[in-house]
Design a binder for this molecule. Structure first.
Ligand code: SAM
Length: 202
C-alpha cells in the first residue's frame, strides 16, 4: 500500500510546501537530541536511513562526523533536487539521496533516524509505518529519534500522538529500549517530544 492511496498528503502536496516555503517544521539546524545521539555512535561505517528527510541537517552532521553509509529518502522531488545540490560532494559516495515513497523503499539498515516524519503521515498509515520500519532494520538494527507527545489543535499534518499509542505500534519483533520525554529538545518542543529507541530482534 502506498501512502498516497489513503490520503492527499502526496508528492504534490509536499512539493508545494517546499516551493512556497511553507515549512514550519524545519529547524534550520540539526536538532540537539539527534546531534547528542550521533555524538556517542562509535562505528562510522553503519548503514543509516533517514526517511522523510526534509532539509536533512542531521545528514550534514553525520557526514561531517565521518559517517560513510547514509541514505535519505523523501517523496518531494523539489526537496531532493535541492538536497543533491546542497550536499553535492558526498552524493553518490557517502550519501545516497533517493526520491520516492518510504513505503515502497527496500533495504536493510543498522540505524534509522526519525524526526517529524511519522507526524507528517496520515495516522491511518501508522501501523504500516511501524511494519515498514521493522522490515527495513537489519537484525539488531535501531530505529531512533523523536516523536511528538502531544495533540495539535489544527488539522494535521502534523498529527500528534502519545507514548501509549507509539508503544502499541511496536509490540512485535522489536524491543522498546527507550521512550521518554526528551531532556534536550529545542525550546518550542520542550516537554512535548519523546526520545525513543527501538531495537529489532536478532
Ligand atoms: C514534516 S516534514 C519533516 C522533514 C524533516 N524530517 C525535518 O524534520 O525537517 C515531512 C517530510 O516527509 C516527506 N514525506 C512525506 N510523506 C512521505 C513518504 N511517504 N515517503 C517519503 N517521504 C515522505 C515530506 O516530503 C517532508 O519532507
Amino acid at each position: 500500500m502506498t501512502s498516497s492511496s489513503l490520503t492527499s498528503l502526496d508528492a504534490a502536496f509536499w512539493d508545494t510546501n517546499y516551493q512556497t516555503q511553507n515549512t514550519g517544521w524545519d529547524l534550520g539546524v540539526v536538532s540537539p537530541p539527534l546531534s547528542s545521539y550521533i555524538d556517542q555512535l562509535e562505528d562510522k561505517s553503519i548503514s543509516i536511513l533517514i526517511p522523510g528527510c526534509g532539509n536533512a541537517y542531521e545528514v550534514e552532521y553525520l557526514l561531517n562526523a565521518g559517517f560513510s553509509n547514509v541514505t535519505v529518502i523523501d517523496i518531494s522531488s523539489v526537496l531532493t533536487e535541492r538536497l543533491k545540490e546542497k550536499l553535492q560532494p558526498s552524493v553518490g559516495k557517502e550519501l545516497k539521496v533517493l526520491t520516492g515513497d518510504f513505503f515502497e523503499h527496500t533495504g536493510q539498515y543498522n540505524l534509522i533516524i526519525e524526526q517529524t516524519f511519522l507526524c507528517a503521515l496520515d495516522p491511518e498509515l501508522r501501523i504500516n509505518y511501524a511494519k515498514k520500519m521493522i522490515a527495513l532494520l537489519a537484525p539488531g538494527g535501531k530505529l531512533t529519534g523523536l516523536l511528538f507527545n502531544r495533540t495539535f489543535e489544527q488539522p494535521g499534518p502534523p498529527f500528534g500522538g502519545d507514548k501509549k499509542e507509539y508503544e502499541a505500534l511496536f509490540s512485535s519483533n522489536v524491543r522498546i529500549k527507550k521512550m521518554e520525554t526528551c531532556y534536550n529538545s529545542i525550546k518550542p518542543r520542550a516537554g512535548f517530544e519523546l526520545f525513543f529507541q527501538i531495537i529489532k530482534d536478532n
